[in-house]
Design a protein around this ligand. Structure first.
Ligand code: FPP
Ligand code: MG
Length: 332
C-alpha cells in the first residue's frame, strides 16, 4: 500500500509487514468472544480506521532487520502493540485536551463524549498489552508496562503544571520523554531485542528512539505555534489555550521576551482569556523562541543519527536515517 507520501518510500523495506500490522489493528474491532458489543465495534472500527503516520511500528520493524533477520510473528505483534498503545494514548489525550479533531477527523470524545472515549481508549490500551504478551518476552512486557506508566506520568505532569509558571526546561524535557520519547525508545529497543542484536546495539537503538522521540515532540510543540489548523488536522495554539507551556513558551519566559504576557494570560479571568491568549501567542511568535526550539530539535535529530553510526549498512538502516529527515522536515 505504497502512496506518494515521502514516508511511504521510507517504509519500502517493511511495506508488507506494516500492512500486516494495519490488518492486526483493524481486527481489534472484530474480536470474537469477549470483544466489544456490536454498537461499540462500529465505533472502535472508526477510531482504528483513521491512518496515522505509523512511525512507531515502522521503527520496531526496521530496527529488527538491522542485523539481517526477517521480521517474524513476534516482531509484527510487538509493532502492532506499540501502534495500538499510541492510538489508545491519543484517544485519552484528546479527551483530556477536549480536542475536537485529530488527523482531520472528529475525535472519539467529540463524537461520543468523554466517558465512551475513555473506555474505548482502555479497550485499545488493554488489547495492546495482549499483543506484547504474544512476544513471550518478559523483558519486553516489563518495558512496555514501564512505558505505559511513563506515558501516564507525562500526561499527569502536563496537567499538574498547566495554568502556572512552575514548569521549566528540565521539567518539560522530562515530560516529553515520558509522553513521547519513551514509546519511541521502546519501539526501537524492542525491534533490536527481537532482531537479536547484542546489548550494546540494543542500547544504541534505545537511544536512537529516545533522541528521535524528543525531536518529534519538540517539533510537534513547535508546529502547534507555526502551522495552521487545516494543515495540521487538529487545532493550533492548542497547548497555550489549554494553559500548557511547551518549549517555545518556556524559552520565551527564560529570555524574558514574553514572560509578562504569558504570566498575565495564565492568571486571566475567563472573559479576558481569549484576548490575552492572542497577546501571549504573538509575543512568543515574535521572540526568537521558535527558532531556538528548532535548534534544540535539530540537536536531538543529530544525536539520533550518531546512535546509528555503528550499525552495519543496510536498506533498513538507510530507512531509519531517512526517517530522522522526515521527522525534522515534517510540516504537519
Ligand atoms: C499527545 O501529545 C499525547 C501523548 C503522546 C501521550 C498521551 C498519554 C496519555 C493520555 C497517557 C495515558 C494513556 C494510556 C493509554 C496509557 P500532545 O498532546 O502534545 O499532542 P497533540 O497535539 O497531537 O495532541
Ligand atoms: Mg494533545
Amino acid at each position: 500500500m505504497l502512496g506518494t507520501d515521502p514516508k511511504e518510500r521510507i517504509y519500502v523495506p517493511i511495506a508488507d509487514d506494516l500492512d500486516t500490522v494495519i490488518a492486526n489493528i483493524s481486527s481489534v474491532a472484530e474480536t470474537d468472544g469477549p470483544g466489544p458489543p456490536p454498537e461499540i465495534e462500529a465505533r472502535l472500527a472508526q477510531v482504528l480506521a483513521t491512518p496515522g503516520k505509523r512511525i512507531r511500528p515502522a521503527i520496531t520493524l526496521l530496527a529488527s532487520k538491522l542485523w539481517g533477520r526477517i521480521p517474524d510473528e513476534r516482531t509484527i505483534k510487538m509493532a502492532t502493540a506499540v501502534e495500538l498503545l499510541h492510538i489508545a494514548s491519543l484517544i485519552h489525550d484528546d479527551t483530556v485536551d477536549s480536542a475536537d479533531t485529530r488527523r482531520g477527523h472528529a475525535t472519539a470524545s467529540n463524537l461520543w463524549g468523554g466517558n465512551i472515549a475513555v473506555l474505548l481508549g482502555d479497550f485499545v490500551f488493554a488489547t495492546s498489552a495482549t499483543f506484547v504478551c504474544d512476544t513471550n518476552s518478559v523483558r519486553l512486557i516489563r518495558r512496555f508496562a514501564q512505558t505505559i506508566a511513563e506515558l501516564s506520568r507525562g500526561e499527569l505532569n502536563e496537567i499538574l503544571e498547566s495554568w502556572s509558571l512552575k514548569t521549566n526546561r528540565d521539567r518539560y524535557l522530562q515530560r516529553i520523554y515520558d509522553k513521547t520519547a519513551s514509546l519511541f525508545s521502546t519501539s526501537a529497543e524492542s525491534g533490536a531485542v527481537l532482531g537479536e542484536s547484542d546489548e550494546d546495539s540494543v542500547a544504541n537503538l534505545r537511544e536512537y528512539g529516545y533522541n528521535l522521540g524528543m525531536a518529534y515532540q519538540v517539533l510537534d510543540d513547535l508546529l502547534d505555534y507555526e502551522s495552521n489548523a487545516e494543515q495540521l488536522g487538529k487545532p493550533t495554539a492548542n497547548d497555550l489555550s489549554n494553559g500548557v507551556l511547551t518549549l517555545p513558551a518556556i524559552l520565551a519566559i527564560e529570555s524574558g521576551e514574553a514572560r509578562s504576557e504569558i504570566s498575565t494570560y495564565l492568571s486571566a479571568t475567563d472573559n479576558e482569556r481569549p484576548h490575552l491568549l492572542t497577546v501571549a501567542y504573538d509575543a512568543i511568535c515574535g521572540s526568537d523562541a521558535l527558532e531556538r526550539s528548532r535548534f534544540i530539535a535539530n540537536d536531538y535529530i543529530d544525536a539520533s543519527l550518531k546512535n546509528l553510526e555503528s550499525v552495519p549498512e543496510s536498506e533498513s538502516k538507510e530507512a531509519l536515517v531517512q526517517l530522522t529527515g522526515y521527522i525534522r522536515d515534517r510540516q504537519f
